[in-house]
Design a protein around this ligand. Structure first.
Ligand code: NDP
Length: 444
């Protein structure tokens, strides 16, 4: 039996109750096979696949807090410290009732390769709690965050583990966690990223994922002799990633004709009015029906449909598994040239395969949305230097990081004769750097 299958089968037996983790292992292990085969004896002898699919440690703890009725509540807290082979553990904290060990293991494992791709010295980790922030008062959120950090503070630090936000953890939660960490330890350091601009946060973090997506898309097109100029782009989502993807796409000369939310989508043949979109989503926090009311030449439709629109480029920026096989078929029939994933895992496996088989250039989220964590890495650098870089300085660094990610993936595709399979290219590229560091550091 080949090494990859042998390791996967052992994992499947051992962790049968962790479906998300197994799915991530299967996808990564299968796609890195050319690299594993090329280094078979070395990797087998050093048990590289067994080690890289096992986290350094998983910390689980009780999070007790008191609700507004004076009643004690209890949640589970987790931090999965996957690998610090190339830098301190780095990855978000997720607060959502669905959070469990399998999901955090899947995310920590994936984060290790995404962080490696950025070229910055960041290891991989992920954490969170099954606490549901929806409907909680501000005081309850603060009580939870303080209790969570009361336990987690023992395991994190600017050179050990630097958590950030994720689902349910935004600027408010990071603020409460940072404040409590500082209260307990007396230490003002870059122990969390996503901080407010007045206490160590970085400019461009808000724009980073959307901007980064367009920087890598632009580089992809350039390397295939094309550009974004006058291209018709469809974007799904109307949140943080979608809005700033829209802004940068327009700045690079493309016409964005759609955005969506979980109720429906807008088709604006004249190009999305970004100022109006920001006003509706960032200021009024309203639904997209308001966009159509303010701009009667646009069309609003309930439900899904963005990827059925005619376009040159599709940027899924909303949520997981939103672009399915039917969408992929429509994109191919409509002459789409490229799909770059702004969201995490927005394209189903069948859709990805179909797009690749029909020569649609496809950049996976692990590479395409790495601009967010890369800018968090830049926040860590600024904190260590006790400096704040200007917007342009951070933006220029972000752009270079995204261009380098593309170039490294392309070089990996060439090295292993993968053609334009940028999914395998990204996985192998992220994997190789971590493995080389592991080999250099001995069995530890
Ligand atoms: P937001 O919450 O700001 O926006 C998400 C958008 O997607 C909203 O418009 C939301 O609509 C829409 N959406 C959510 N669920 C669905 C659904 N089931 N069907 C259709 N639309 C839906 O999130 P972000 O923009 O920050 O994140 C988007 C994706 O990008 C996520 O997968 C996230 O993990 C990923 N990502 C984000 C990064 C970041 O820096 N923000 C970094 C890397 C990845 P509604 O308002 O109706 O819910």
């Amino acid at each position: 039996m080949n090494y990859v299958t042998e390791v996967y089968n052992n994992l499947a037996e051992k962790y049968a109750y962790e479906p998300e983790f197994l799915q991530a292992c299967k996808e990564v292990l299968e796609s890195i096979k050319p690299c594993v085969d090329a280094n078979l004896d070395l990797y087998r002898k050093n048990k590289i696949l067994e080690r890289i699919t096992t986290p350094d440690r998983i910390i689980t703890f009780r999070v007790p807090w008191v609700n507004d009725n004076g009643e004690a509540m209890v949640n589970m807290g987790y931090r999965v410290q996957w690998s610090n082979a190339i830098g301190p553990y780095k990855g978000g904290l997720r607060l959502h009732p669905s959070v469990n060990q399998s999901i955090l293991k899947f995310l920590g494992f994936e984060q290790t390769f995404k962080n490696s791709l950025t070229g910055l010295p960041m290891g991989g980790g992920k954490g969170g709690s099954d606490f549901d922030p929806k409907g909680k008062s501000d005081r309850e959120i603060m009580a939870f965050c303080q209790s969570f950090i009361t336990e987690l503070y023992k395991y994190i630090g600017p050179n050990e583990d630097v958590p950030a936000g994720d689902i349910g953890v935004g600027a408010r939660e990071i603020g409460y966690m940072y404040g409590w960490y500082k209260k307990i330890t007396g230490d003002f350091s870059g122990v969390l990223t996503g901080k407010g601009l007045t206490y160590g946060g970085s400019l461009v973090r808000t724009e980073a994922t959307g901007y980064g997506l367009l920087y890598i898309c632009d580089e992809l097109l350039k390397s295939h002799g094309m550009s974004l100029k006058d291209k018709v782009v469809v974007i799904s989502g109307a949140g943080n990633v979608a809005i700033y993807a829209c802004e940068k796409a327009m700045a690079l000369g493309a016409k964005v004709v759609s955005v969506s939310d979980s109720n429906g989508y807008i088709y604006d043949k004249d190009g999305i009015d970004l100022k109006l979109l920001k006003e509706i989503k960032e200021v009024r926090r309203a639904r997209l029906t308001e966009y159509q009311k303010a701009r009667p030449t646009s069309v609003y439709k309930e439900g899904k449909g963005v990827f059925k629109l005619k376009c040159d480029i599709a940027l899924p920026c909303a949520t997981q598994n939103e672009l399915d096989l039917d969408d992929a078929i429509a994109l191919v029939n409509n002459g789409c040239i490229a799909v770059c994933e702004g969201a995490n895992m927005p394209t189903t496996l069948e859709a990805t395969k179909y797009l690749q088989q029909h020569n649609v250039l496809f950049i996976p989220g692990k590479a395409a949305n790495a601009g967010g964590v890369a800018t968090s890495g830049l926040e860590m650098s600024q904190n260590s230097l006790r400096l704040s870089w200007t917007f342009n300085e951070v933006d220029e660094k972000l752009k270079n990081i995204m261009i380098n990610i593309y170039k490294n993936i392309e070089a990996t595709c060439k090295k292993y004769n993968l053609g334009n399979d940028y999914v395998a290219g990204a996985n192998i590229c992220g994997f190789e750097k971590v493995v080389n560091a592991m080999l250099a550091q001995g069995v530890c």
